[in-house]
Design a protein around this ligand. Structure first.
Ligand code: SOE
Length: 386
């Protein structure tokens, strides 16, 4: 069995989710290339060694540049904060490594375009981990659209809501600083909604948007500031929030459809409420990540006396993507499973000399949309994308 050595850069939430997928995908999927979990790279040695020991990375390092340049590393998994994506991806491309990169893609469109060009020039497989494209229910939505179940698409409506920073005492973590995150929720969650809209409906031509920052200052993080819950011992010194807390925008798609996008981290009770609806000439689709094994569908071609939204339980191995590798019908899967689907498809792309979507091209398109929305919010006008 051919093996490839993987290095991961990032040891927090995504470091954990990715490590789980690198460790377990070969146990559930027949991979043609077996990933060897070679090096975990972090910012502090103790935390990095802990991740390495927990998940089975052979080595731990705090020097990503040295690791990315190592001739024995074949794949670089970048699960670090967004401001590091450019430097790390460019280095990985320069050293001919296949690149598995977390979203949001980059900080600027210019960076995005350089990353795409470098990865293409290097001839490596490049992937942006918009993991929700590999939720089986969303793959079913894509299949239904491709087969004409929805017909001509008129509307895309999405809302992606969380509530983990609605507390003004939540500290000023890196997600709330423009120089590190690039955007606030607009990039963090908005990039997912834009990617799904491009995947399911198509490219976006113009946008008109608004952003708002509801809490302008927050306590600087204490040493143990957790990612998604206010850590203890925050300092009393305050710092400025330099990103959006919410963004709402309208879009005109290239195929004539109209779309609306809402993303916010100020929706108390919504924990990871990634929801979308698609309305077309023949029917409609609705998906809610909080019920991720289900897809709501409506068909105008059902008998007039029996029309209505129905719920498809997307757990049939013989019918629904990826499910056959997990459990029997009705035994649902979770958030972590689509990371395995991404690793499987990524390794398959390397093995077959193919490509995987979304890749750095999609990363450029995503950044063009996100950036156009910010331009619109600042100018008060409709902005053409790209
Ligand atoms: C936090 O908003 C977060 O972890 C995002 O960064 C992820 O991309 C999303 O899938 C879940 O929420």
């Amino acid at each position: 069995m051919k093996t490839m050595n993987v290095a991961i850069i990032g040891t927090k939430f995504m470091g954990k989710a990715h490590s789980n997928a690198w460790a377990n995908t070969p146990r559930f999927f027949d991979v043609g290339i077996k990933p060897v979990m070679k090096v975990a790279v972090g910012t502090d040695m103790a935390g990095t060694q802990k991740l390495a020991d927990t998940w089975g990375w052979e080595e731990a390092s705090v020097n990503w540049r040295e690791v990315v340049a190592r001739p024995d590393i074949d794949i670089v998994d970048i699960a670090a904060p967004t401001n590091l994506h450019y430097e790390m991806a460019m280095a990985a491309a320069e050293h001919g490594k296949h690149i598995f990169l977390e979203k949001p893609f980059a900080i600027t469109v210019e960076q995005a375009r350089e990353m795409y060009a470098a990865a293409q020039k290097a001839g490596v497989v490049h992937y942006v981990n918009h993991n929700y494209r590999r939720v089986p229910a969303i793959r079913l939505a894509k299949r239904l659209i491709n087969e004409g179940f929805v017909g001509r698409i008129f509307h895309w409506r999405s809302t992606y809501l969380q509530d983990w920073i609605v507390d003004p005492n939540f500290p000023l973590t890196w997600h709330l600083r423009k120089e590190v995150a690039g955007f606030g929720v607009h990039g963090d969650l908005g990039s997912h909604s834009v990617d799904l809209a491009r995947y399911l409906v198509g490219d976006i031509q113009t946008v008109t948007g608004f952003t708002s920052t509801f809490i302008k200052e927050r306590p600087l993080p204490g040493k143990d500031a957790a990612t998604f819950s206010a850590g203890s011992g925050e300092s009393t010194e305050m710092g400025e929030v330099t990103v959006d807390d919410a963004s709402f925008f309208l879009a005109e798609f290239a195929n004539g459809a109209l779309g609306s996008f809402e993303v916010s981290r100020f929706a108390p009770g919504r924990k990871n409420y990634n929801y979308f609806e698609i309305y077309g000439s023949e029917g409609s689709i609705a998906f809610n990540l909080e019920r991720m094994n289900e897809l709501q569908i409506f068909s105008r071609n059902d008998p007039a006396y029996a029309q209505g939204f129905r719920t498809i339980l997307v757990t049939e191995g013989g019918q629904h993507d990826y499910i056959a590798n997990w459990w029997p019908p009705g035994h649902t899967i979770g958030y972590e499973h689509e990371f395995h689907h991404a690793v499987y498809d990524f390794l398959k792309a390397i093995e077959t000399g193919g490509s995987i979507e979304p890749n750095f091209y999609d990363g450029v398109k995503e950044m063009e949309v996100l950036t156009a929305v910010i331009e619109s919010a600042e100018s008060g006008h409709k902005v053409s994308v790209g």
